[in-house]
Design a protein around this ligand. Structure first.
Ligand code: PLP
Length: 428
């Protein structure tokens, strides 16, 4: 099959239903699956054969979504989860245990920051935050217990493209995989092509694209030599007591380079249960079918909004890759080849009060805590998405008091600009 994203988005992972010939992916709304025989059941449980056991750990509808996203990313296998948060948590818990650490970019979604700074800490996993402006900061924060590097491709609010290859290159000789959250840049960037080992998504955003379904995904790049780094990666290289002493990097070898994702599925998903429902997988697949088309329009509309905001007297600062200079511009050009994304931020001269008035005056744009919807959205991060962070943490992630974030949708550009225009005037 063609490797072009427009084609993969419609076809990867599915042809037609073997039982009925249905072309659309059916919603296999079932909890469990009839085993063919006692031997078949035993083989499935022993992982001698791969197949459906129970929808908490696999489902045929979800399987198509996993295959499709893995194909779009150029990875070898995927795992769908109940949310992006679950995907970020699993991606790390699959490698790091009590006493281990992970080095993460400071430029993160507020929820991921909380997960890393508080819940992971409570679980005994230390997350060390570093400024990604200098990739060497990752090396400096690394020690013998560092199990992974973590970052977002196009983090908001700063919207500075992450130096994927630069950080992946630091980690690889040390046996440290780079996990990239590509939520804001599907189609635009393929982190695996730049040396990342694992990709995570909140499918709630652009993949689903219609604001209907919370979901998350992990994609295994199949490009990381876990077995060459036995001391650095004990979770994949030492016997797992929960599976009769299985050593994942060895046991999974006959099935392909999928040790990481199989372990996540049959241990973390089995035990923690954050599975995606078949119905959400179906809705997300519907979204993915038009993802490349929508991304094109998100990018062109957003670039037009950014240029327009740059000329407005009410605004002091526009945050969009097209406004970056020097090294940041070079990174944006290197990593955002297909377009500069669907997010744009700005700072209002009138500060926090003007921000509130602006948001309240919007008529077309929705005021919601989401991004990547086909509809245009706006939010004031300091009082919402990033409000649980301390003022210092807010500044580290790039959130100022007068910052407004827009997630530009696929409506006609004239209507988007008209709404922004009347809201800016109302806030002045
Ligand atoms: N990663 C990024 C970049 C996000 O923007 C979000 C949600 O806003 C998440 C992860 C978490 O995803 P979810 O809300 O699906 O749990």
């Amino acid at each position: 099959m063609s490797q072009k994203p427009e084609t993969l988005a419609l076809h990867a992972g599915w042809r037609a239903d073997p039982a009925t010939g249905a072309v659309a992916v059916p919603i296999y709304q079932t909890t469990s699956y009839q085993f063919q025989s006692a031997e078949h059941a035993a083989n499935l449980f022993a992982l001698k054969e791969l197949g459906n056991i129970y929808t908490r750990i696999m489902n045929p509808t979800t399987d198509v979504l996993e295959k499709r996203i893995a194909a779009l990313e150029g990875g070898v296998a995927g795992l769908a989860l109940s949310s992006g948060q679950a995907a970020s948590a699993f991606a790390i818990q699959n490698l790091a245990r009590v006493g281990d650490n992970v080095v993460s970019s400071t430029d993160l979604y507020g929820g991921t920051w909380n997960l890393f700074a508080n819940t992971m800490k409570d679980q005994g996993i230390e997350v060390r935050f570093v400024d990604p402006v200098d990739p060497e900061n990752f090396r400096k924060a690394t020690d013998a217990r560092t199990r992974a590097y973590y970052a977002e491709t196009l983090p908001n609010p700063k919207l500075i493209a992450f130096p994927i290859a630069e950080v992946a290159t630091i980690g690889r000789p040390l046996g440290i995989p780079l996990i990239m959250d590509n939520t804001a840049a599907p189609i635009l960037t393929k982190p695996l092509d730049h040396g990342a080992a694992i990709v995570v998504y909140s499918s709630t955003k652009y993949l689903g694209g219609h604001g209907t379904s919370i979901g998350g995904l992990i994609v295994d790049g199949g490009n990381f030599p876990w077995e060459e780094h036995k001391e650095r990666q004990p979770a994949l290289n030492t016997p797992d007591p929960s599976y009769h002493g299985t050593v994942w990097s060895e046991a999974v070898k006959p099935l392909g380079p999928i040790a990481y994702i199989i372990k996540a599925r049959v241990t973390l998903l089995r035990d923690l249960g954050s599975c995606m429902s078949p119905f959400n997988a179906f809705l997300t697949l519907q979204g993915v079918e038009t993802l490349p088309l929508r991304i094109e329009r998100h990018c062109s509309n957003t670039a037009a909004v950014a240029a327009w905001l740059g000329k407005r007297p009410e605004i002091t600062n526009v945050i969009h890759p097209s406004f970056q200079k020097g090294e940041l511009k070079r990174r944006a050009e290197k990593y955002l080849r297909g377009g500069q994304g669907g997010l744009v931020g700005f700072e209002l001269k009138g500060g926090k009060d003007a921000g509130r008035k602006f948001i309240d005056a919007l008529k077309l744009l929705y005021h919601v805590a989401n991004i990547g919807d086909a509809r245009s959205l706006a939010i004031h991060p300091a009082t919402t998405t990033h409000s649980q962070l301390t003022p210092e943490e807010q500044l580290a992630t790039g959130v100022t008091d007068n910052y407004v974030r827009l997630s530009i949708g696929i409506e006609h550009i004239d209507d988007i600009l008209a709404d922004l225009d009347q809201a800016l005037k109302a806030a002045a």
